[in-house]
Ligand binder design. Sequence first.
Ligand code: ZN
Length: 262
Amino acid sequence: MPEGDTIWRTAAALRPRLVGRRVLSARPAALGRLAGATVTAVDTAGKHLLVRFDNGLSLHTHMRMTGVWHTYAPGARWRKPERMARAVLEVEGAVAVLFNAPLVELTRHDDHTSHLGPDILADDLDLERVVRRARSLGDVPIGELLLDQRVSAGIGNIWRTEALWTHRINPWRPSASLTDDELSALFAWAHREMRAHLRGPYRRSAVHGRAGRNCPRCATPISVRAQGAHARLTYWCPSCQYQITGSSPEAPSGRQRASPRA
Ligand SMILES: [Zn+2]
């Protein structure tokens, strides 16, 4: 699953091959208006990747689970079949190919990303602003709030799961029951750990993907259950991520192994 940091790495790999280069051709036909334009930037906004051009257009892509950008020398053999290509940008000295992405569109300005909160990977992440945006959404389960890209863009399922375990917070705990400092600490942790991950190897998950195995902290079997409108699989330790306030968690699903304490 590409999370914000994976998109960030992709952008870093594309920049030296695209920025400052003129587009010789662009496919499919819907991208034809890019021919002749020069790439001015490759930006990320959370999980969105934007290739910007000097004619005011941006190529907006969202990778979801499957999308991947490759770059090749002109004439080099591609590592995936051409029929999987969703966008092909041929510039001077390189060909960039986007495979399998579900969203590819040309936009002007930032129409489709202006609703996004600050990028969690930004150098100068403004945590007070993130907390204000979190509060503006009202009282929602903290596990859903961390994934809400309007609060802060780029935190994916793995990182929010691990952030909550690290801070011993139950994913269904209402956000209104957390202090501003507690909220800020969760986003600060994601910011720090995701940035560290850009430079190093994948860290081992404590709870994500480990349903039924022992919590590394207290040895209680880890639970899993779908959370929120998008039914994102949520892993947590029912012992050390206890429910602090009276709000009851969602009805248990078949995947559940143990109940959080009410
Ligand atoms: Zn535990």
